[in-house]
Design a protein. Structure first.
Length: 55
């Protein structure tokens, strides 16, 4: 039986990641790797995990 694992990926050691909140009708959290083109994700702020939730 093979283990159910995620394949390893290469991660850039020199990536620069930033986060921002865009205010509007729905506040949106934006996380972006500014060292890469089109490397970002967005989600409604209410769905984002808080730091204490990640601990």
């Amino acid at each position: 039986m093979e283990p159910d694992t995620v394949a390893p990926v290469e991660v850039a050691a020199d990536g620069e990641v930033m986060a921002s909140v865009e205010e509007g009708t729905t506040d949106t959290l934006i996380i972006a790797d500014i060292s890469q083109d089109d490397a970002y994700l967005t989600l409604p702020l209410g769905e984002a995990a808080s730091l204490p939730a990640w601990r």
